[in-house]
Design a protein around this ligand. Structure first.
Ligand SMILES: C[S@@+](CC[C@H](N)C(=O)[O-])C[C@H]1O[C@@H](n2cnc3c(N)ncnc32)[C@H](O)[C@@H]1O
Length: 272
Protein backbone atom coordinates (compact mmCIF):
# COMPACT_ATOMS: atom_id res chain seq x y z
CA UNK A 1 0.00 0.00 0.00
CA UNK A 2 1.29 3.49 -0.87
CA UNK A 3 2.31 5.48 2.24
CA UNK A 4 0.90 8.98 2.05
CA UNK A 5 2.22 11.65 4.39
CA UNK A 6 0.03 14.48 5.80
CA UNK A 7 -1.57 17.25 3.78
CA UNK A 8 0.80 20.17 3.23
CA UNK A 9 -0.67 23.59 4.19
CA UNK A 10 -0.87 24.87 0.60
CA UNK A 11 -2.55 21.63 -0.54
CA UNK A 12 -4.97 21.84 2.37
CA UNK A 13 -5.99 25.38 1.43
CA UNK A 14 -6.48 24.31 -2.20
CA UNK A 15 -8.51 21.24 -1.18
CA UNK A 16 -10.74 23.37 1.06
CA UNK A 17 -11.28 25.74 -1.87
CA UNK A 18 -12.18 22.77 -4.06
CA UNK A 19 -14.69 21.47 -1.49
CA UNK A 20 -16.34 24.89 -1.51
CA UNK A 21 -16.33 25.05 -5.30
CA UNK A 22 -18.03 21.69 -5.79
CA UNK A 23 -20.36 21.52 -2.76
CA UNK A 24 -20.50 25.01 -1.27
CA UNK A 25 -19.44 23.52 2.07
CA UNK A 26 -17.28 25.82 4.20
CA UNK A 27 -14.54 23.68 5.72
CA UNK A 28 -12.08 25.17 8.16
CA UNK A 29 -8.36 24.40 8.20
CA UNK A 30 -8.93 22.75 11.59
CA UNK A 31 -10.62 19.96 9.65
CA UNK A 32 -7.35 18.83 8.09
CA UNK A 33 -7.29 15.56 10.06
CA UNK A 34 -10.85 14.79 8.99
CA UNK A 35 -10.09 15.59 5.36
CA UNK A 36 -6.97 13.48 5.49
CA UNK A 37 -8.86 10.51 6.98
CA UNK A 38 -11.56 10.73 4.33
CA UNK A 39 -9.30 11.19 1.32
CA UNK A 40 -6.52 8.76 2.28
CA UNK A 41 -8.26 5.52 1.13
CA UNK A 42 -8.99 7.08 -2.27
CA UNK A 43 -5.46 8.44 -2.67
CA UNK A 44 -4.10 5.00 -1.81
CA UNK A 45 -6.56 3.16 -4.06
CA UNK A 46 -5.49 5.38 -6.96
CA UNK A 47 -1.84 4.69 -6.04
CA UNK A 48 -1.08 8.39 -5.86
CA UNK A 49 1.98 9.52 -3.93
CA UNK A 50 0.49 12.59 -2.24
CA UNK A 51 -2.63 14.62 -1.53
CA UNK A 52 -1.28 17.21 -3.96
CA UNK A 53 -1.37 14.57 -6.70
CA UNK A 54 -4.99 13.86 -5.79
CA UNK A 55 -5.80 17.58 -5.80
CA UNK A 56 -4.32 17.86 -9.31
CA UNK A 57 -6.40 14.89 -10.41
CA UNK A 58 -9.69 16.32 -9.11
CA UNK A 59 -8.89 19.62 -10.80
CA UNK A 60 -8.09 18.00 -14.13
CA UNK A 61 -10.35 14.97 -14.31
CA UNK A 62 -14.09 15.69 -14.17
CA UNK A 63 -14.80 12.01 -13.63
CA UNK A 64 -13.13 12.20 -10.22
CA UNK A 65 -15.32 15.07 -8.96
CA UNK A 66 -18.32 12.90 -7.89
CA UNK A 67 -15.96 10.65 -5.87
CA UNK A 68 -14.45 13.73 -4.24
CA UNK A 69 -17.97 14.99 -3.35
CA UNK A 70 -18.89 11.60 -1.89
CA UNK A 71 -15.79 11.70 0.30
CA UNK A 72 -16.07 15.24 1.63
CA UNK A 73 -19.77 15.23 2.53
CA UNK A 74 -20.98 14.17 5.98
CA UNK A 75 -23.93 11.82 5.72
CA UNK A 76 -24.90 11.12 9.35
CA UNK A 77 -28.62 10.44 9.66
CA UNK A 78 -31.10 8.23 11.47
CA UNK A 79 -34.69 7.06 11.27
CA UNK A 80 -36.95 9.43 13.20
CA UNK A 81 -34.06 11.72 14.08
CA UNK A 82 -35.29 14.36 16.58
CA UNK A 83 -38.57 12.86 17.74
CA UNK A 84 -40.35 16.16 18.32
CA UNK A 85 -40.24 16.90 14.59
CA UNK A 86 -42.00 13.61 13.85
CA UNK A 87 -44.60 14.22 16.55
CA UNK A 88 -45.32 17.53 14.86
CA UNK A 89 -45.62 15.97 11.38
CA UNK A 90 -47.85 13.15 12.60
CA UNK A 91 -50.11 15.00 15.00
CA UNK A 92 -50.30 18.49 13.56
CA UNK A 93 -48.99 18.86 10.04
CA UNK A 94 -50.69 15.90 8.35
CA UNK A 95 -54.17 16.43 9.85
CA UNK A 96 -54.05 20.19 9.16
CA UNK A 97 -52.77 19.75 5.60
CA UNK A 98 -55.41 17.12 4.79
CA UNK A 99 -58.15 19.31 6.24
CA UNK A 100 -57.03 22.24 4.07
CA UNK A 101 -56.31 20.20 0.90
CA UNK A 102 -58.81 17.33 0.71
CA UNK A 103 -58.32 15.14 -2.35
CA UNK A 104 -54.92 16.61 -3.22
CA UNK A 105 -51.59 14.81 -3.22
CA UNK A 106 -49.15 15.89 -0.51
CA UNK A 107 -45.78 16.87 -2.01
CA UNK A 108 -42.75 16.45 0.22
CA UNK A 109 -39.11 17.31 -0.42
CA UNK A 110 -36.34 15.67 1.56
CA UNK A 111 -33.50 17.98 0.56
CA UNK A 112 -30.10 16.60 1.63
CA UNK A 113 -31.72 13.19 2.08
CA UNK A 114 -28.47 11.31 2.71
CA UNK A 115 -29.02 7.53 2.86
CA UNK A 116 -32.81 7.88 3.07
CA UNK A 117 -33.70 7.33 6.72
CA UNK A 118 -35.43 10.72 6.83
CA UNK A 119 -37.52 10.17 3.71
CA UNK A 120 -38.59 6.66 4.72
CA UNK A 121 -39.51 8.00 8.18
CA UNK A 122 -41.91 10.47 6.61
CA UNK A 123 -43.14 7.79 4.18
CA UNK A 124 -44.08 5.53 7.12
CA UNK A 125 -46.01 8.35 8.78
CA UNK A 126 -47.81 9.05 5.49
CA UNK A 127 -48.69 5.36 5.03
CA UNK A 128 -50.22 5.28 8.50
CA UNK A 129 -52.10 8.49 7.80
CA UNK A 130 -53.35 7.13 4.46
CA UNK A 131 -54.67 3.99 6.15
CA UNK A 132 -56.81 6.14 8.43
CA UNK A 133 -57.78 8.73 5.77
CA UNK A 134 -59.02 7.18 2.52
CA UNK A 135 -58.11 9.29 -0.48
CA UNK A 136 -54.90 10.67 1.03
CA UNK A 137 -51.86 10.28 -1.21
CA UNK A 138 -48.31 11.58 -1.14
CA UNK A 139 -45.14 11.88 -3.18
CA UNK A 140 -41.63 12.33 -1.82
CA UNK A 141 -38.89 13.96 -3.86
CA UNK A 142 -35.51 13.22 -2.29
CA UNK A 143 -32.27 14.91 -3.30
CA UNK A 144 -28.64 14.99 -2.24
CA UNK A 145 -25.41 16.16 -3.81
CA UNK A 146 -23.70 12.80 -3.22
CA UNK A 147 -24.43 10.16 -5.85
CA UNK A 148 -23.07 7.38 -3.67
CA UNK A 149 -25.32 8.20 -0.74
CA UNK A 150 -28.35 8.52 -3.03
CA UNK A 151 -27.67 5.01 -4.34
CA UNK A 152 -27.93 3.76 -0.74
CA UNK A 153 -31.19 5.66 -0.27
CA UNK A 154 -32.52 4.09 -3.47
CA UNK A 155 -31.60 0.60 -2.24
CA UNK A 156 -33.19 1.19 1.15
CA UNK A 157 -30.99 -1.45 2.83
CA UNK A 158 -30.02 -0.62 6.38
CA UNK A 159 -27.60 -2.06 8.93
CA UNK A 160 -25.98 -1.06 12.21
CA UNK A 161 -27.26 1.92 14.15
CA UNK A 162 -30.02 2.67 11.62
CA UNK A 163 -31.52 -0.76 12.30
CA UNK A 164 -31.06 -0.39 16.06
CA UNK A 165 -32.77 2.99 15.92
CA UNK A 166 -35.90 1.86 14.04
CA UNK A 167 -36.17 -1.23 16.24
CA UNK A 168 -36.05 1.02 19.30
CA UNK A 169 -38.39 3.78 18.14
CA UNK A 170 -40.96 1.83 16.08
CA UNK A 171 -40.63 -1.92 16.71
CA UNK A 172 -44.17 -2.49 15.43
CA UNK A 173 -43.32 -0.86 12.08
CA UNK A 174 -40.24 -2.99 11.48
CA UNK A 175 -42.42 -5.94 10.46
CA UNK A 176 -44.79 -3.76 8.50
CA UNK A 177 -42.37 -1.63 6.49
CA UNK A 178 -39.16 -3.69 6.35
CA UNK A 179 -38.02 -7.14 5.30
CA UNK A 180 -34.95 -8.91 6.65
CA UNK A 181 -31.95 -8.54 4.36
CA UNK A 182 -28.46 -10.02 4.43
CA UNK A 183 -27.07 -7.78 7.17
CA UNK A 184 -30.10 -5.94 8.41
CA UNK A 185 -33.36 -4.60 7.03
CA UNK A 186 -34.67 -3.55 3.63
CA UNK A 187 -37.51 -1.07 3.09
CA UNK A 188 -40.58 -2.59 1.39
CA UNK A 189 -41.44 -1.56 -2.16
CA UNK A 190 -44.77 -0.13 -0.96
CA UNK A 191 -42.80 2.75 0.58
CA UNK A 192 -40.32 3.08 -2.27
CA UNK A 193 -43.01 3.56 -4.89
CA UNK A 194 -43.85 6.99 -3.45
CA UNK A 195 -40.27 8.18 -3.66
CA UNK A 196 -38.22 9.67 -6.49
CA UNK A 197 -34.56 10.41 -5.96
CA UNK A 198 -32.33 12.82 -7.83
CA UNK A 199 -28.92 14.36 -7.45
CA UNK A 200 -29.17 18.07 -6.69
CA UNK A 201 -26.88 20.78 -5.34
CA UNK A 202 -28.89 22.96 -2.95
CA UNK A 203 -27.05 26.06 -4.16
CA UNK A 204 -28.60 25.68 -7.60
CA UNK A 205 -32.23 25.90 -8.77
CA UNK A 206 -34.27 22.70 -8.48
CA UNK A 207 -35.39 21.71 -11.97
CA UNK A 208 -38.20 21.66 -12.69
CA UNK A 209 -39.24 24.00 -9.88
CA UNK A 210 -41.96 22.41 -7.74
CA UNK A 211 -44.47 23.61 -5.21
CA UNK A 212 -43.77 21.40 -2.21
CA UNK A 213 -46.04 21.41 0.83
CA UNK A 214 -43.45 20.15 3.27
CA UNK A 215 -39.68 20.52 3.04
CA UNK A 216 -37.04 18.83 5.20
CA UNK A 217 -33.81 20.81 5.07
CA UNK A 218 -32.26 19.29 8.13
CA UNK A 219 -28.70 19.13 9.37
CA UNK A 220 -27.21 20.54 6.21
CA UNK A 221 -27.26 24.35 6.61
CA UNK A 222 -24.67 23.97 9.38
CA UNK A 223 -22.06 23.08 6.75
CA UNK A 224 -22.35 26.40 4.91
CA UNK A 225 -21.30 29.96 5.60
CA UNK A 226 -23.92 32.71 5.88
CA UNK A 227 -23.73 33.68 2.22
CA UNK A 228 -24.38 30.15 1.02
CA UNK A 229 -27.06 29.54 3.65
CA UNK A 230 -28.86 32.57 2.25
CA UNK A 231 -28.57 31.26 -1.32
CA UNK A 232 -29.87 27.82 -0.28
CA UNK A 233 -32.86 29.34 1.49
CA UNK A 234 -33.64 31.54 -1.50
CA UNK A 235 -33.45 28.59 -3.88
CA UNK A 236 -35.59 26.41 -1.62
CA UNK A 237 -38.24 29.12 -1.35
CA UNK A 238 -38.78 28.91 -5.12
CA UNK A 239 -39.90 25.29 -4.74
CA UNK A 240 -42.27 25.85 -1.84
CA UNK A 241 -46.01 26.49 -1.97
CA UNK A 242 -47.23 29.61 -0.17
CA UNK A 243 -48.64 27.46 2.67
CA UNK A 244 -45.53 25.24 2.88
CA UNK A 245 -43.68 24.28 6.04
CA UNK A 246 -39.92 23.95 6.24
CA UNK A 247 -38.22 21.86 8.91
CA UNK A 248 -34.57 22.39 9.81
CA UNK A 249 -32.19 20.57 12.16
CA UNK A 250 -32.00 20.84 15.93
CA UNK A 251 -28.91 23.03 15.92
CA UNK A 252 -30.07 25.19 13.02
CA UNK A 253 -32.00 28.42 12.95
CA UNK A 254 -32.89 30.51 9.93
CA UNK A 255 -34.49 33.40 11.75
CA UNK A 256 -33.15 36.65 10.39
CA UNK A 257 -31.37 34.92 7.49
CA UNK A 258 -34.29 35.14 5.12
CA UNK A 259 -37.44 37.09 5.81
CA UNK A 260 -39.56 34.71 3.70
CA UNK A 261 -39.41 32.19 6.55
CA UNK A 262 -41.33 32.81 9.76
CA UNK A 263 -40.55 30.80 12.86
CA UNK A 264 -43.55 28.78 13.99
CA UNK A 265 -41.67 26.97 16.76
CA UNK A 266 -38.15 25.58 17.10
CA UNK A 267 -37.11 23.88 13.84
CA UNK A 268 -40.45 24.60 12.11
CA UNK A 269 -40.87 27.51 9.69
CA UNK A 270 -43.85 28.80 7.74
CA UNK A 271 -43.73 30.88 4.61
CA UNK A 272 -44.56 34.54 5.13
C1 LIG B 1 -25.78 15.22 7.82
S1 LIG B 1 -26.64 14.76 6.38
C2 LIG B 1 -28.31 15.16 6.81
C3 LIG B 1 -29.28 14.05 6.47
C4 LIG B 1 -30.72 14.26 6.92
N1 LIG B 1 -31.29 15.45 6.33
C5 LIG B 1 -30.83 14.31 8.42
O1 LIG B 1 -31.08 15.37 8.97
O2 LIG B 1 -30.65 13.27 9.06
C6 LIG B 1 -26.19 16.09 5.26
C7 LIG B 1 -26.37 15.74 3.79
O3 LIG B 1 -26.24 16.94 3.03
C8 LIG B 1 -25.66 16.61 1.79
N2 LIG B 1 -25.12 17.83 1.17
C9 LIG B 1 -23.99 18.50 1.48
N3 LIG B 1 -23.82 19.55 0.67
C10 LIG B 1 -24.87 19.56 -0.18
C11 LIG B 1 -25.27 20.41 -1.25
N4 LIG B 1 -24.54 21.47 -1.62
N5 LIG B 1 -26.42 20.12 -1.91
C12 LIG B 1 -27.17 19.04 -1.55
N6 LIG B 1 -26.85 18.21 -0.54
C13 LIG B 1 -25.71 18.47 0.14
C14 LIG B 1 -24.62 15.58 2.15
O4 LIG B 1 -24.25 14.79 1.03
C15 LIG B 1 -25.33 14.79 3.26
O5 LIG B 1 -25.93 13.61 2.76
Amino acid sequence: MVEVSGIAPATLAALIALVRKHTGIAMSERKSVLLERRLRPRVQALKLASYQAYLDMVEQDHAEVPHFIDLVTTNDTLFFRTQQVWDYVEREFLPAWWHAHPGQRLKIWSAAASSGEELYSVAMLCEEFAAAHPGFSYQIHATDISRQILALAREGQYTGRSVVRIQETHPEWVKKYFRPSANGLRVVDALKKHVELAQHNLLTPLKPARQFDLVFLRNVLIYFDQEHQHTILQQARLSMASHAIMIVGESESISGRNTAYQLDRPMIYRME
